[in-house]
Design a protein around this ligand. Structure first.
Ligand SMILES: Cc1cc2nc3c(=O)[nH]c(=O)nc-3n(C[C@H](O)[C@H](O)[C@H](O)COP(=O)(O)O)c2cc1C
Length: 312
């Protein structure tokens, strides 16, 4: 099966309702696991699910944004747009147009699809319809609405809020499928827990580093220092080879760690949560290095030296 076959069948099933075009590509014993809900569907159940969604959103159009292909594995990045013009899961038509994004990890056996893991959070779509939880739908003629507030949210509101937040700056790195180092500047980093040692980063799906990160098993996180102002400019850019002028060394799992950084770690990617335009990567730390270089600070679009801060 080629990526072209998959794209063609995908479109026939989701956009035109010809589900057998897609299920014909599946091997006997096919399973489809949803990482968000933990449910596992057979090929037949998937076919029924597609038809249920299409009944609620008759103009639905699914686009495959990109496919990363390996020998026995495809990673499909998709987005779907549809208008809720018929009752869906017991919720009367809202007339709302909903756009949702997802990513499927597809495993092949003998040229057919044997297993699929879907990273798609259905609650995102339900929220756009004003439904708080799946159990609110179906059972009730008057579903619970969560967004009765009128008017559009002010896009400047969150920007203004974020400008008051001081962070460090990291470079998140990985290797692409040809072993080339890739990376981008990221300040959406947080330590999640110490036991187990978990961290998270949020990465925009439009980033050119994203496909390599999504299919990677490990990533590196480098906290940048006051001496690395040029490095941050490079990694915030779209330069084709950002590592050409940067000294680095590989971590045990192969992730590039940038020399001279105040701290660097390597972590194994454990989960990928979809948040519309971004993916939240939850990672388990396996290796960390720390130096005495001073970290750089970032606030409201500017970078600052952390040396000489006054304690309050
Ligand atoms: C201070 C700073 C913080 C950033 N934080 C993030 C972030 O948290 N997540 C993200 O996806 N992009 C973030 N970016 C933007 C990316 O670094 C930028 O879009 C970069 O050009 C992406 O490169 P790529 O497309 O080659 O991967 C940040 C940029 C800067 C300057």
């Amino acid at each position: 099966m080629t990526t072209h076959d998959l794209e063609h069948a995908w479109k026939l099933a989701w956009t035109h309702g010809d589900v057998s075009a897609l299920t014909d590509l599946m091997a006997p014993g096919y399973t489809r696991l949803s990482r968000a809900s933990g449910t596992c569907l057979t090929a037949e159940e998937l076919g029924e699910e597609i038809l249920t969604i299409r009944r609620g959103f008759p103009d639905i159009e699914t686009t495959i944004d990109s496919i990363v292909a390996e020998e026995e594995r495809f990673v499909v990045f998709w987005s779907t747009v549809g208008t809720h013009t018929e009752t869906f899961l017991g919720v009367p038509a809202t007339g709302r147009t909903v756009k949702t994004y997802g990513t499927n990890l597809i495993t092949l056996r003998g040229g057919q699809i044997i297993h699929e893991e879907v990273t798609w959070d259905g609650t995102e779509m339900l929220h756009s319809l004003g439904i708080r939880h799946l159990s609110d739908a179906g059972s009730s003629a008057q579903p619970v609405r969560t967004d009765d507030l009128s008017g559009d949210p002010d896009p400047e509101m969150l920007k203004t809020f974020n400008r008051q937040f001081v962070t460090g700056v990291t470079v998140v790195t990985t290797q692409d499928d040809e072993g080339r180092p890739r990376g981008l500047a990221v300040n959406a980093y947080a330590s999640v827990s110490l036991e187990p040692p978990l961290v998270l980063v949020c990465i925009q799906k439009s980033s050119s580093t994203y496909p390599a990160l999504f299919s990677a098993t490990h990533l590196g996180i480098n906290i940048l220092g006051t001496q690395q102002r040029e490095t941050i400019a490079t990694f915030a850019s779209k330069a084709p080879d950002k590592f050409a002028s940067v000294a680095w060394h590989p971590a045990p799992g192969g992730s590039p760690l940038i020399d001279g950084s105040p701290a660097s770690l390597e972590a194994e990617i454990r989960d990928r949560f979809q948040a519309k335009t971004h993916t939240v990567f939850i990672c388990r730390v396996g290796h960390a290095e720390v130096t005495d270089a001073d970290p750089m600070l970032y606030k409201a679009g500017r970078f600052y030296d952390s040396d000489g801060l006054t304690q309050i």
